[in-house]
Design a protein. Structure first.
Length: 99
């Protein structure tokens, strides 16, 4: 049934669009929060402390910030929207033929 397919496609596109943004990498604040976790071994906490004690100023200007995850589903969204349009057109055509 075209109506069910159109509805499912529109819901899928809506879900993908809500997730359509890049995610930032972990910041140093997030890294420092690891020290508070009880599962992190003490030697790893000391290593984190040593890293965080370093001069961070040079790190901030050396490279632009990269995303931890870049959203790459734009092509899928376009394909689903095109398929939805085709289903709507076919459904409309069939409805007109039934009249």
């Amino acid at each position: 049934d075209y109506s069910e397919s159109v509805d499912a496609l529109q819901r899928a596109v809506a879900v993908l669009k809500t997730q359509g943004h890049d995610r930032r990498q972990a910041s140093l604040v997030q890294v420092s929060a690891l020290k508070e976790l009880s599962l992190i071994p003490e030697n790893a906490k000391r290593t984190l402390d040593a890293f965080l004690q370093q001069d961070q100023e040079g790190l901030e200007v050396s490279a632009p910030e990269a995303y931890g995850y870049e959203f790459r589903s734009h092509g899928i969204i376009e394909m689903l929207e095109k398929l939805s349009d085709e289903f709507i057109a076919e459904r409309t055509k069939l409805e007109k033929e039934e009249m």
